[in-house]
Design a protein around this ligand. Structure first.
Ligand code: ADP
Ligand code: MG
Ligand code: MG
Length: 251
């Protein structure tokens, strides 16, 4: 589904952040990306989704046969890419449901599908809202405005449930969540897993991976994936930190 080859990217002031990153994600898989603060995890998410302020200086990203880096951010989303933000954005004056109805109809138009009827849309809102225990009140309010930290993160997964992406990138969706919210969010994500979609989970904590079992765990350090393993690697990282990997590589 996603093939990233030797991806290199800089921020606008010129500093190189991604320094030759390789990653392959197949349908049905969950990949966890862990790594120290500042290693480039969010930058990877930003570059994949096409956020302004980053320049790709090398490498390629193939998304189901499409050259992802060639597309505008909105077309990447229409191709089925989704990002749950580390810091969800507030959009005053735009209601959550109108935002999603517009997005979903744009996606349908792009795929030459019929628009959603109001009835079908509202039925989906109900199912997706229940999934992450987001009340009707919140789905009607301005996007993320005056939401608590946990509600913002649950709202990201609500959006994911509505948009049904092929590939979802969750950037530290677990950070700032209390235990109950973590469970709600994780169970929601697990229910959205199918054999046809895939998830990249960016996280600092093994805790999340107890709820959402990853098929692969990658360590991102200084703009490169320096180690890949199974779910057990997350446990090892929790115990030993990251430094031993660099020592292992040096040897
Ligand atoms: P992580 O998500 O792994 O904690 P980030 O991808 O957010 O790391 O950041 C990686 C490095 O790139 C950091 O040193 C950060 O300060 C820098 N960086 C990220 N985005 C920008 C930007 N837009 N402008 C300048 N520096 C940036
Ligand atoms: Mg960080
Ligand atoms: Mg980050």
């Amino acid at each position: 589904m996603l093939t990233i080859k030797n991806l290199q990217a800089s921020v606008e002031d010129g500093a190189e952040i991604l320094k030759g990153l390789n990653l392959e994600v197949k349908a049905g898989e969950v990949h966890a990306i862990m790594g120290p603060n500042g290693s480039g995890k969010s930058t990877l998410a930003s570059v994949l989704t096409g956020r302004n302020g980053y320049e790709v200086t090398g490498g390629s990203v193939d998304f189901d046969g499409v050259d992802l880096l060639d597309l505008d951010p909105e077309d990447r989303a229409k191709e089925g890419l989704f990002l749950a933000f580390q810091y969800p954005v507030e959009i005053p004056g735009v209601s959550n449901v109108n935002f999603l109805r517009t997005a979903m109809n744009e996606i349908r138009e792009y795929r030459k599908e019929d628009r959603l009827s109001a009835k079908d849309f509202l039925a989906k809102v109900k199912v997706a809202g229940n999934l992450v225990e987001l009340s009707d009140k919140l789905s009607g309010r301005s996007v993320n405005v005056d939401f608590s930290g946990g509600e913002k993160k649950r709202n990201e997964i609500f959006q994911m449930a509505m948009l049904e992406p092929k590939l979802a990138i969750l950037d530290e969706t677990d950070s700032g969540l209390d235990i109950d919210a973590l469970r709600i969010v994780s169970e929601g994500v697990n229910k959205l897993r199918t054999k046809d979609n895939a998830i990249i989970l960016i996280t600092h904590y093994q805790r999340l991976l107890e709820y959402i079992k990853p098929d692969f765990v990658h360590v991102l350090s200084d703009g490169k994936i320096i180690k890949t393993g199974g779910a057990e690697l997350a446990l090892e990282l929790e115990e030993k930190g990251y430094d031993w990997i660099n020592e292992e590589i040096a040897q």
